[in-house]
Structures are given as structure tokens and as C-alpha cells.
Design a protein around this ligand. Structure first.
Ligand code: FAD
Ligand code: NAD
Length: 396
């Protein structure tokens, strides 16, 4: 066998960290490392609720791959993966290019989970990429300008967020900060603007600490967000949403934040999946495929009680780092290590200067949680791009 070919799909948290670890561990001639990504930038998915609401520019969440990849060690291919042929050990891009591999790393992230609910794919927005959030921001602004021309259309000023999980809650925090600005800019009475956060479960942030949930709800209600809890959305139409209570909310802006599933390319390639995610073994390998590894939101791992870990950036980063080391070990004929996640806690923002968090048994509220989140962001930026990137991107 010649120089082994490692092909990494996706430059998100999982794929990028695998690549950076390989770049660090391997010498120039030990492997041919290729990273394929739709764009020539990595995006900080965990910040996307900000540009979606318009409280930060989209560019802020973009990190140029040029600045962090070592071109002598990694071939970067800007392209969109269309299909994986595991039998042939190849990957096809949408321009027809076929890339062969000896080792494959799948880090293609997630897609919105619609649970088959009618109309969501066609009529709802979701917070999933730089391009998607630009669209949301512009659409919200457009709704204000349309209202100024048709002042009886209250549906233009009604915003629906589907799901009060962490994505829905973080987005509501930002929207709550942004709407007063838009009201000033467009001379709109703030009393006319309505934001509904609609949750199917009997509580917002199901499974999280009740005291922290209550804190989050209080902060968001003060920003004008109206919660409808225990009321699943059952249909989305061009005119709004229908709840299972029979209530209809008329709105031209529905943001679907009710969960994710693994990228559909993985299921289409014939890997066995649950909600689009591959149940990987302790070495992050796809079952039955010695040389195919899966990281991030495409991978499913379980805790000791057999419960699935939620898909998070925190786990994706750790998976990428372990996998990078393991691939370097495999190539050198050394033994790989098992992947064991080390959860550092949860930190969520609730808009400017506000947040909630749980780190070990410690609960964090308000500005302390917001500061801790910034510190955690800073650590991540430092990890991928050193001091330069951290200083350039962090907002104090
Ligand atoms: P991603 O980071 O989504 O990266 C996937 C990459 O693959 C992207 O670069 C994409 O462009 C590329 N790609 C996709 N399809 C193709 C294709 N066909 N061809 C080529 N390239 C492709 N988690 C936390 O731990 N903490 C948080 O605070 C947190 N906040 C969040 C806030 C928001 C608003 C959202 C939406 C999520 C948040 N998460 C958070 C979850 C976290 O962002 C994800 O779990 C994480 O991004 C998963 O990483 P990944 O590498 O699997 O995928
Ligand atoms: P999620 O699955 O965590 O939450 C989705 C919410 O939508 C749930 O509360 C669910 O009950 C609700 N829902 C489902 N169907 C519904 C319906 N028909 N109508 C109304 N509500 C419905 O999804 P998410 O918030 O998009 O998060 C995805 C992943 O990213 C999770 O693992 C999450 O932990 C992670 N994340 C973490 C952070 C953070 O740590 N700060 C922030 C965002 C996301």
C-alpha cells in the first residue's frame, strides 16, 4: 500500500478537529489528508442564533480555513459531497469529481428534524448555516418594511419559534434584544410585535435544571417572548402554524428549532442509522466498516445507562481530537484509544449579558453564565486558530 489516503467530509467541529489533530500529529509523507467542505470557511454553529436575529454580523461566525490549515499537510477541496460509496471506498462530489479513500471520516453535521410535520420543509426557516441565517435576518427586516406599507397585516409582525430547546431559547434571547432596535428603525410600536416560542413538551428545555429553566423563561418573558408550552406544532402553512390545540397563529416568519437529525447523505449511503445518526463503536467506527469513522452530529454515542448523548459541539470537538490521534496511531501501527466523552457542562446565552449554565453541580445565572460562555468560546477559538483568532473574534 502506498501513502494512506485519509478523506474527511465536513469542516465543522468534528471534521475540523480531526483534521487539525492529524495535521499536528503526522509528518508530511505519512498520509495524504484531504478535507472536503461546502465552503472555504468553518462556521461557529454555536453562535448562529446571533446573526439569525441580527445582533451580530454573519461574518463574525465565519472562520477562514485558509488561515488554519497547513497546505503542505492538508489538501482542501471546496465542494459539496453528494454520495458515499463505501463498497468502492469513494466519495462523489456534486460536480462529478470522485475522491478515493483508505480511511473515511464523516463529519457532515445535521439537518433539521421535521418529524414529518406538514409544511415545515416548505415554509419554515432554520438556523443551520451562514447562508441560512443571513436569509432569516433579511427576512425579519423585510417583514418590518412590509408592515410599514400594509399596516393592517399583523402577521408580518408575528414571529414563531418552534421548539424551546437550547436553539429556540438562545434565538429568542437574541430576537428579544433585536426587535426593539427594529421598532426604532422602522417606527413601529413595540406593542404590535409578537414573538411566540412554542414547545411540545410539558416544559421548556426538557431534562434541564428546573430552577435554570425558570430563570431563562423569566428573562425571555421580560423581553416580550410569549411561551406556549405543551402545545406541539402540527402543521406549518404559508400563513403560519397550526397547534394541536386547534389554535392557529398567523405569521410570515416561522423559525423551526425543534431538533436535528444526522445529514441524510449518511443514511443514503446505506449506513445503519437512528434519526440519521450512525451508532458508532467505542473507536467512532461505523459498524461493519473498519475504515469508516463518524464524528459530531452524524454520530450517535450512548452513556453508561444506555441513553444517547445529545448532539453537541462539545462532544464533536472531543470526538475529532480523539479520532485524529487514533488515525495517526493506526497509520503508525499503534493501538487506538477508546472515545470517552468528558462533559464540561452546559452554557446557554439568553441575549446580551444574560445566560444560564450548569457546570458540574454548580448552577450559573445571568452575567456569570454569559461570561463563562465567552470564556468557553475563547478556548475553542484558541484551540483552532491560536491567540490571533481568539483576539480577532471574541466579543467582550
Ligand atoms: P457542523 O458544525 O454543523 O459542521 C458540518 C460541516 O459540514 C459544515 O462545515 C458544513 O458546511 C459541512 N457540510 C454539510 N453538508 C455538506 C456536504 N454535503 N458537502 C460538504 N460539506 C458539507 N453545542 C454545544 O456544545 N454548545 C453550544 O453552545 C451550542 N450552541 C448551539 C447554538 C445553535 C444556534 C445551534 C444550531 C447549535 C448549537 N450547538 C451547541 C450544537 C452544535 O452546534 C452541533 O452539535 C455541532 O455544530 C456539530 O458539529 P458537526 O461537526 O457535527 O457539524
Ligand atoms: P432539541 O432537540 O434539544 O430541542 C428541540 C425542542 O423542540 C424540544 O424541547 C422538543 O420537545 C421541541 N419540539 C419537538 N417537536 C415539536 C413540535 N412539533 N412543536 C413544538 N416543539 C417541538 O433541539 P435543538 O434545540 O435544536 O438543539 C439541537 C442540539 O444542539 C441539542 O443537542 C442541543 O443540546 C444542542 N444545542 C446546545 C446549545 C448549548 O449548549 N448552548 C445550544 C443550542 C443547541
Amino acid at each position: 500500500m502506498g501513502t494512506p489516503k485519509i478523506l474527511i467530509l465536513g469542516a465543522g467541529y468534528g471534521g475540523l478537529l480531526t483534521t487539525l489533530q492529524l495535521q499536528k500529529k503526522l509528518n508530511y509523507n505519512e498520509a495524504e489528508i484531504t478535507l472536503v467542505n461546502k465552503h472555504n470557511y468553518h462556521y461557529i454553529t454555536t453562535w448562529l442564533h446571533e446573526p439569525a436575529a441580527g445582533t451580530a454580523p454573519a461574518d463574525h461566525a465565519r472562520v477562514s480555513l485558509d488561515g488554519i490549515l497547513n497546505k503542505d499537510k492538508v489538501n482542501f477541496v471546496k465542494g459539496t459531497v453528494q454520495a458515499i460509496q463505501s463498497e468502492e471506498q469513494t466519495v462523489t462530489l456534486d460536480n462529478g469529481e470522485v475522491l478515493p479513500y483508505d480511511y473515511l471520516v464523516i463529519g457532515l453535521g445535521s439537518e433539521p428534524e421535521t418529524f414529518g410535520i406538514e409544511g415545515l420543509k416548505e415554509h419554515a426557516f432554520s438556523i443551520r448555516s451562514i447562508n441560512a441565517v443571513r436569509n432569516i435576518r433579511e427576512h425579519i427586516e423585510y417583514m418590518f418594511s412590509k408592515f410599514k406599507n400594509e399596516p393592517d397585516r399583523m402577521d408580518y409582525l408575528t414571529f414563531v419559534v418552534g421548539g424551546a430547546g437550547f436553539t429556540g431559547i438562545e434565538f429568542c434571547g437574541e430576537l428579544g434584544d433585536r426587535l426593539p432596535e427594529l421598532c426604532r428603525e422602522f417606527d413601529v410600536d413595540p406593542e404590535l410585535v409578537k414573538v411566540y416560542c412554542i414547545e411540545a413538551a410539558p416544559t421548556a428545555l426538557p431534562g434541564f435544571d428546573p430552577e435554570l429553566i425558570q430563570y431563562a423563561i423569566n428573562v425571555l418573558e421580560r423581553k416580550g417572548i410569549v411561551f406556549k408550552i405543551g402545545t406541539p406544532i402540527k402543521q406549518c402553512t404559508p400563513d403560519g402554524v397550526l397547534l394541536n390545540t386547534g389554535e392557529e397563529i398567523k405569521s410570515k416568519t416561522v423559525i423551526w428549532a425543534a431538533g436535528v437529525r444526522g445529514n441524510s447523505i449518511v443514511e443514503k449511503a446505506g449506513f445503519e442509522v437512528m434519526r440519521g445518526r450512525v451508532k458508532v463503536d467505542e473507536y467512532l467506527r461505523a459498524p461493519g466498516h473498519e475504515n469508516v469513522f463518524v464524528v459530531g452530529d452524524c454520530a450517535l454515542i450512548f452513556n453508561e445507562e444506555g441513553r444517547p448523548y445529545p448532539p453537541t459541539a462539545q462532544i464533536a470537538v472531543q470526538e475529532g481530537e480523539t479520532l485524529g490521534e487514533n488515525l495517526a496511531a493506526l497509520i503508525r501501527g499503534d493501538l487506538p484509544q477508546k472515545f470517552i466523552p468528558h462533559l464540561q457542562g452546559t452554557l446557554a446565552s439568553l441575549g446580551k449579558g444574560e445566560g444560564i449554565g450548569q457546570v458540574g453541580s454548580k448552577k450559573l445565572f445571568g452575567s456569570t453564565a454569559a461570561m463563562m460562555k465567552k470564556a468557553s468560546d475563547l478556548r475553542y477559538l484558541y484551540k483552532i486558530g491560536g491567540v490571533g483568532l481568539a483576539l480577532k473574534k471574541v466579543k467582550l
